[in-house]
Design a protein around this ligand. Structure first.
Ligand code: NDP
Length: 244
């Protein structure tokens, strides 16, 4: 994949899957904008710059639309345009539905779904103006299969399917593609929080017999961001070792 001359904005890129996506897109030639709340993001910036790419980093909460709009304005002033947006930032606040507090429901909706709205809304006008763009949303296998204890999280991840397909239909004529990647269980802090027996149960459901690596997701995102995927839109790419 050759992404030279492209600028990619990745949310939640201070660690985990988002960090790996940022480094993969940088290796493929893109300049990178990192948006995250963790201070770790400055270390990722150094790694991107070591690869010879331009990099900006922002302390940005995707739920804060004012901060997001200001960030996008600065990116366009400093780097000219945004060609690729990866909506990766996401959280879990698991609980069985009977015990789930309204705040656990609202917080997860706010980050995982409203956050995608906020960042996509901020970049869509510049993308329409430049008549090109690639938006890639990170959904999840549990948005398709469901998962006990994750009514809030899985609701947001299946909502991203409707978001992806509808926006793809709206902006296709403007040269913008909108796709999603639905990861299975990937080895990051999010899944390391599961206990050993939960991990064992999950492994038994994966035909390829292993958890995914963040690189497995980054490779799929790099493909969807590339020219080679230019006739693909409104699609969900499942990267889950065959579990669903
Ligand atoms: P991590 O928890 O490892 O990383 C998530 C990153 O998002 C963190 O850097 C976090 O910052 C950041 N973040 C959280 N809230 C916000 C916010 N409001 N604004 C900006 N950044 C924020 O998660 P993963 O890397 O595992 O997951 C990345 C994406 O992949 C998520 O959307 C997740 O739902 C999805 N996914 C993950 C799977 C997995 O198995 N790991 C499976 C399927 C989907 P901070 O450190 O400050 O919290």
């Amino acid at each position: 994949m050759n992404l030279e001359g492209q600028t990619a904005l990745i949310t939640g890129s201070g660690r985990g899957i988002g960090k790996t996506i940022a480094l993969k897109l940088a290796e493929s030639g893109a300049d990178i904008v990192l948006a995250d709340m963790t201070p770790e993001v400055t270390k990722v910036r150094t790694e991107v710059e070591t690869l010879g790419r331009k990099c900006l980093n922002f302390k940005a909460d995707v739920t804060d639309i004012g901060t997001i709009e200001a960030m996008v304005k600065t990116i366009i002033e400093e780097l000219g345009s945004i060609h690729i947006l990866v909506n990766n930032a996401g959280i879990t606040q698991d609980n069985l539905f009977m015990r789930m507090k309204p705040e656990q429901w609202s917080k997860v909706i706010d980050v995982n779904l409203n956050g995608v709205f906020n960042v996509s809304k901020a970049v869509i006008r510049p993308m329409v103006k430049q008549r090109s763009g690639k938006i890639i949303n990170i959904s999840s296998v549990v948005g398709f299969s469901g998962n006990p204890g994750q009514v809030n999280y899985s609701s947001t991840k299946s909502a991203l399917v409707g978001f992806t397909k509808s926006l793809a239909r709206e902006v296709g004529a403007r040269g913008i593609t909108v796709n999603a990647v639905a990861p299975g269980f990937i080895d990051t802090a999010m899944t390391q929080a599961l206990n050993e027996s939960q991990q064992e149960v999950i492994l038994q459901q994966i035909p390829l017999g292993r958890m995914g690596d963040p690189t497995d997701i980054a490779n799929a995102v790099a493909f969807l961001a590339s020219e080679e995927a230019s006739y693909i839109t409104g699609t969900i790419l499942h990267v889950n070792g065959g579990m669903y």
